[in-house]
Design a protein around this ligand. Structure first.
Ligand SMILES: Cc1cc2nc3c(=O)[nH]c(=O)nc-3n(C[C@H](O)[C@H](O)[C@H](O)COP(=O)(O)OP(=O)(O)OC[C@H]3O[C@@H](n4cnc5c(N)ncnc54)[C@H](O)[C@@H]3O)c2cc1C
Length: 330
């Protein structure tokens, strides 16, 4: 890994749509409209996008040949729109911004759940729905591996100084974490440390979101660039079923005060096509992709600033240097 300051291509910031109570999938009636919410995926929105969109479509799909509105064109809105088409419905996406200008484009793109909810704030029913969503996503994403979608399988290594076993949540979805195992010192090239290893899909958001948007357009989907300021504005839409996939935008649009920004800053280095594994050590993760080597790890709750912070950049650079040195066994 050559993660030196002279190889930095860009520094980016994204605001995760974080709800301590986890993402929302539910329907409500708004005047003559049925609104199906599908938002609040925290640090796991790429991973869960197909799963919660299947769940949203199950409760809100209006029928073959019927018109549906989807608000939002991030990973969640695009998955929802495509599933409506695959069920035989018509779809128009309304979104204030399109790929490559969504939070989903900032994501690291690891198929893994993190920063999704606060332990005490979700009940067993939510967790069971979450496990179902994760499994649905895990199956659906596999249809995109190996094609022009920027999805591939790869090894992931979580390195730690002390032994850490996979937690109960990971154990309960072990079928979505193939090859999961804990490696002891001597069983890996990361020195005298412990390693959680598993294989996961890596999604390249820049490639994937564009390809998915093109699929939707090819299948007759419409796209309208538009920002909604209130639910009342939705009332004027011609579609009677509206899927709300606005991510963090749902806070202002639907008044969900429990939804907040969890800021993440990333440093992107020049690509290194020879790197074919993901590595995490402490607060630093390193995901090599075709558009660059993504490094990061910040999670700043209630921080709404989209400006890169130089001190955070410095810390990420230091973490990247330390983490990449692990491969040399230090
Ligand atoms: C640094 C960072 C790293 C991450 N890494 C990962 C990862 O490795 N794996 C993973 O699974 N997840 C990751 N995430 C989380 C992931 O990016 C989000 O959970 C996901 O992008 C949420 O998708 P979304 O479609 O709900 O929202 P968005 O991508 O934000 O899309 C929302 C859409 O709604 C539109 N919209 C919003 N408000 C309105 C309005 N009022 N009117 C009209 N349109 C509106 C927007 O314009 C946009 O089109 C990461 C996030 C960050 C910031």
């Amino acid at each position: 890994m050559r993660l030196t300051a002279d190889r930095v291509a860009r520094v980016v910031v994204g605001l995760r749509p974080y709800r301590p109570g986890g993402y929302v999938v539910r329907a409500e009636t708004l005047g003559s409209k049925r609104v199906v919410h599908n938002y609040g995926h925290g640090g796991s929105g790429i991973t869960l996008s197909w799963g919660t969109s299947h769940q949203a479509a199950d409760i809100g799909f209006a029928g073959e040949g019927r018109s549906h509105a989807v608000i939002g064109a991030g990973a969640v809105g695009l998955a929802t729109a495509r599933l409506i088409q695959l069920r035989g419905g018509k779809v128009t996406i309304y979104a204030a911004s399109l790929p490559p200008d969504t939070t989903s484009n900032i994501a690291g793109g690891q198929f893994h759940t993190s920063w999704l909810y606060e332990g005490s704030a979700v009940d067993e029913a939510w967790k069971s729905g979450f496990r179902e969503a994760l499994r649905l996503s895990y199956r659906h994403f596999q249809a995109y591996v190996g094609g022009p979608y920027g999805v591939s399988w790869r090894r992931n290594y979580f390195v730690s100084d002390e032994r850490q076993d996979f937690g109960p949540l990971s154990q309960s979805v072990a079928d979505t974490l193939p090859e999961m195992t804990v490696l002891e010192p001597g069983q890996h090239p990361f020195g005298r440390r412990y390693v959680q290893r598993f294989t996961a899909m890596q999604i390249e958001p820049m490639v994937y979101l564009q390809a998915l948007l093109e699929d939707i357009l090819l299948a007759g989907g419409q796209v309208v660039v538009r920002r909604f300021a209130s639910p009342q504005e939705l009332a004027a839409l011609p579609e009677s079923t509206v899927f709300n996939c606005t991510g963090l935008g749902a806070r202002a649009l639907f008044g969900d005060a429990t939804l907040t920004a969890a800021r993440g800053q990333l440093v992107v280095f020049l690509p290194q096509p020879e790197l074919d594994y993901n590595l995490t050590y402490g607060a630093t993760y390193i995901f090599p992709r075709s558009d660059g080597v993504i490094t990061g790890g910040t999670f700043e709750r209630d921080n709404w600033s989209l400006e890169p912070d130089p001190e955070t950049t410095r810390r990420i650079l230091a973490g990247a240097a330390e983490t990449s040195a692990l491969m040399r066994g230090r």
